[in-house]
Each structure stands twice: as structure tokens, then as C-alpha cells.
Design a protein around this ligand. Structure first.
Ligand SMILES: *Cc1c(COP(=O)(O)O)cnc(C)c1O
Length: 279
């Protein structure tokens, strides 16, 4: 299924000769929205074969919750390995995951950093039995393939923007674009490692770099899940102008960045910009 595109009437873009469109991937599915659906889609087959999926995430991870929903809808068991200590009562995100049948377990931060190492995974297998492993954020080669389809759905736009958490969405999106189109990712994490992650995922999926893409690193607002009064103000103003409430972890940082780059004159007159509302 493809998600709708709508042009946004916003004078801050119009007066610079730019056109801005939103692709509403957030409307794809109520429980499996946006890029989480795209990233899970091709992983559902192996998940059902194994019968159980184990994955990783922070306590507010959209990916963990989407995996729980996918397990309930498509009929496989799910285990969520959460970073840090258990806090009771569970926050709404984890409570929802548990209601959908996910079993939750916790890894201290030091072990969590080593979560993809064979020793840590072997210990998880001893505890939980056989499972299909989805990496943090769900970003593996099959996820990148799912996001490649997003690139194929957006011909005619010059620049296609998305937020980056693990970089899987950008890796696939860029690979799926046509000639003359470029992808622009906005990292929501600080540290400047996102380029390397996108490259690594493209290498894993395609054997090398694909498509024209760049990561913009200047709009993380302090790091993952960090917020500032400026960002909160932007979200409120955007909701007032357009009736769309941007998610503060991802899409708000992207939209803030798109506008800032437009104001800096980054896009030539006449550029058609598409921003993907990933969730
Ligand atoms: C998970 C998520 C992202 C990050 O996608 P990556 O493929 O990990 O870069 C972006 N936007 C939203 C809304 C998300 O939930």
C-alpha cells in the first residue's frame, strides 16, 4: 500500500520559490505506522518461520512497540530487550507492547552496548530459546529493501527528506530514488556517526553505496529524545499552521531542519521538496 502525499501551503517556502510536500507514512497503519511497517514487512516471513522474534530498543522505542503489534497481527511471539532497568509502572509505550503479548526483559547499559556481540546473543538464546533476531530499530537488509519501496513511490520530487535514527530508512529510500533525485536525512542523534551507519547498511544490503544521499547533522537538538523550548515552539506553531502534530523525537527535527536549510538558501529556486512523515 502507498501512503498519501499532500502539498503544504507554507509561505516560508513559497516565498523562496520552493514547493513542499508531505508524504504521510504515519497514516499507513494505526499500530504499524510509517517506516516501522516498511522495515518489518519483509521480515515477517522469517519471523513466522521461527515463531519468535527478539529485538532491542529503548524504553520509548517505536520499533519495539511496532514489533509487538506485528507479532499479534501476524502470529508470532515477541521478546523485547529493553535498555536499562525495569521501571514499574511501565510507561505507556512498554505497557502497550506488553498488552500485545510481548515479553519484556532488560539489559544494563553496559551489556546493552554489546548487544549484537555473539556472547550476549548466546546468553539470550539460552534464556529464551530459538528466535529470529531483529537488530535495534529493526534495521537490517530486509528492512532497507522495504524502505527502498518508499523511494520508488515518490518520482517527481527533487529532494526527499527523512529523519534518521538508525539510518535504515535513509539507506533504503536513497537506493529507491530515480536519476536526478536526492535523499536528505536529518540525524536525531549527535555524534556524526550516521553517515557510517547508512553506508554500512547499504553495503550489507547492496554490496556498496547506492543513490545520492547526505546526512544533515546539525538538527539533533542535543541528542536522542532531547528537546528544547525552540523545538517545542516549532511543533506548536506547525500544528497551528497546518493541523499536523509532529513527533518530537523524529519528524519535528526533520521539519525544523528542512525549514532552516530553506531559509539558508540551500535549495535552488523551483526545488520540489518532499518530507516523509515517518511516524
Ligand atoms: C524509528 C523512527 C525513525 C528512524 O528510522 P531509522 O530507519 O531508524 O533511521 C524515524 N521516524 C520515526 C517516526 C520513527 O519512529
Amino acid at each position: 500500500m502507498t501512503s498519501p502525499v499532500a502539498e503544504l501551503a507554507d509561505d516560508r517556502f513559497a516565498r523562496r520559490g520552493l514547493r513542499l510536500f508531505l508524504k504521510r507514512d504515519d497514516l499507513i497503519h494505526p499500530e504499524l505506522p510509517g517506516n516501522k511497517w516498511r522495515k518489518l514487512k519483509h521480515n515477517l516471513g522469517p519471523a513466522r518461520e521461527h515463531g519468535t522474534v527478539l529485538t532491542f530498543g529503548g524504553a520509548y522505542s517505536n520499533h519495539v512497540r511496532a514489533t509487538a503489534a506485528a507479532g499479534r497481527i501476524f502470529g508470532f511471539a515477541t521478546i523485547g530487550v529493553i535498555r536499562g532497568e525495569e521501571h514499574q509502572p511501565l510507561n505507556e509505550s512498554l505497557a502497550q507492547a506488553e498488552r500485545m503479548g510481548m515479553r519484556l526483559t532488560y539489559l544494563d547499559r553496559a551489556s546493552y552496548r554489546r548487544k549484537h556481540e555473539p556472547g550476549v546473543i548466546a546468553a539470550l538464546r539460552r534464556k529464551w530459546g530459538d528466535f529470529y533476531l531483529l537488530p535495534e530499530g529493526g534495521s537490517n537488509a530486509l528492512a532497507v529493501r522495504g524502505c527502498e519501496e518508499l523511494g520508488g513511490e515518490v518520482p517527481g520530487y527533487d529532494v526527499v527528506c527523512c529523519p534518521c535514527g538508525t539510518g535504515g530508512t535513509l539507506a533504503g529510500l536513497a537506493a529507491g530514488l530515480g536519476a536526478g533525485q536526492r535523499a536528505l536525512g536529518f540525524s536525531v542523534l549527535k555524534g556524526g556517526f550516521m553517515d557510517g551507519e547508512v553506508e554500512r547498511l547499504q553495503r550489507e544490503t547492496y554490496g556498496g553505496r547506492r543513490g545520492a544521499w547526505r546526512v544533515e547533522g546539525g538538527f539533533h537538538f542535543g541528542g536522542y529524545a532531547r528537546r528544547t523550548p525552540e523545538l517545542d515552539g516549532f511543533i506548536g506553531d506547525f500544528a497551528e499552521r497546518h493541523g499536523i502534530v509532529l513527533d518530537r523525537i523524529y519528524t519535528a527535527k526533520m521539519m525544523f531542519g528542512v525549514l532552516a536549510l530553506a531559509e539558508r538558501g540551500e535549495f535552488p529556486d523551483g526545488t520540489r521538496i518532499l518530507a516523509v512523515i515517518t511516524g
